[in-house]
Design a protein around this ligand. Structure first.
Ligand SMILES: Nc1ncnc2c1ncn2[C@@H]1O[C@H](COP(=O)(O)OP(=O)(O)O)[C@@H](O)[C@H]1O
Ligand SMILES: [Mg+2]
Length: 243
């Protein structure tokens, strides 16, 4: 059976995963602060709405429509316009732990899911997933919570991209419960490079695909940059060859 692919539209990335994420799959984009998780997630969502005729929803814990619009206007995306024309939804889950709000319960409630269905969304991003889980009382723990979330959305045919904040960057990523449940893991890193003689050291961005079910994905550690229109992945520069 041929697997339907959902392209991210991030230049240089889709060819690493056979054209795009498997439709209905869920992928974690993981890394430390500033590694470009939110940027990647928004490119997936905005490109879906702009170029692939997919309605998309960006669920955020810490940003509202105004700040997303301002941030992504620098890359040429008009989030407000996409929002106004009904192609891109922004759900801003406010942080109000004192009110006992359960974010996970909120976004998998039948009422919320029927709104998503009504909107016609086929791409969902949650930024960041760990904050949603942190403000959730799911008694079965994180793993069960993520499983419930994934079941709800993949059941509707939605392809999900979930960002996940890491406190530390390690050569070997320390995995969380969520990593075992999702279909894919993309790891973004900031790696210190030594300049050649006389130059200072600097940080370079790297992307690797640690897991992508149903996909013969690329195995390298690839350089990427944030350019005028967002993330570009340079897969021609393979830093660690396939064994
Ligand atoms: N216009 C730009 N050009 C190049 N890099 C940028 C630009 N705007 C932001 N950045 C980089 O993107 C980083 C923030 O990316 P973001 O996606 O918010 O990271 P994360 O969500 O992983 O914390 C900034 O720290 C900065 O290095
Ligand atoms: Mg972020």
């Amino acid at each position: 059976m041929k697997i339907e692919r959902v392209p991210t539209g991030v230049p240089g990335f889709d060819e690493l995963i056979g054209g795009g994420f498997p439709k209905g799959s869920s992928t974690i984009v993981s890394g430390i602060p500033g590694c470009a998780k939110t940027t990647f997630a928004m490119q997936f969502i905005a490109n879906g709405a702009l170029r692939f005729n997919d309605k998309s929803i960006f669920i955020t814990v810490e940003k509202d429509l105004n700040s997303l619009d301002r941030t992504f206007s620098q890359f040429g995306y008009n989030i407000r316009e996409l929002h106004k024309t009904g192609r891109l939804g922004v759900i801003d889950l406010e942080i109000k732990p004192e009110m006992g709000e359960d974010f996970l319960d909120q976004i998998i409630s039948p009422k919320f899911l029927s709104k998503v269905r009504e909107f016609g969304a086929s791409r969902i991003a949650i930024d960041p997933l760990n904050l949603v889980l942190q403000f959730s009382g799911d008694f079965g723990g994180e793993r069960r919570g993520v499983q419930r979330l994934i079941n709800a959305y993949s059941g509707m045919g939605c392809t999900m991209l979930l960002t996940y904040e890491r406190l530390r960057q390690r050569e070997d990523l320390e995995y969380e419960a969520a990593d075992f449940v999702v279909d894919g893991i993309i790891y973004l890193q900031l790696i210190k490079s030594m300049g050649s003689f006389g130059e200072r050291s600097f940080f370079e961005r790297r992307l690797s695909i640690l897991k992508m079910r149903e996909t013969d994905h690329a195995q390298g550690l690839y350089r990427f940059r944030i350019e005028d229109d967002g993330i570009h992945v340079y897969s021609d520069i393979l830093l660690r060859a396939r064994k």
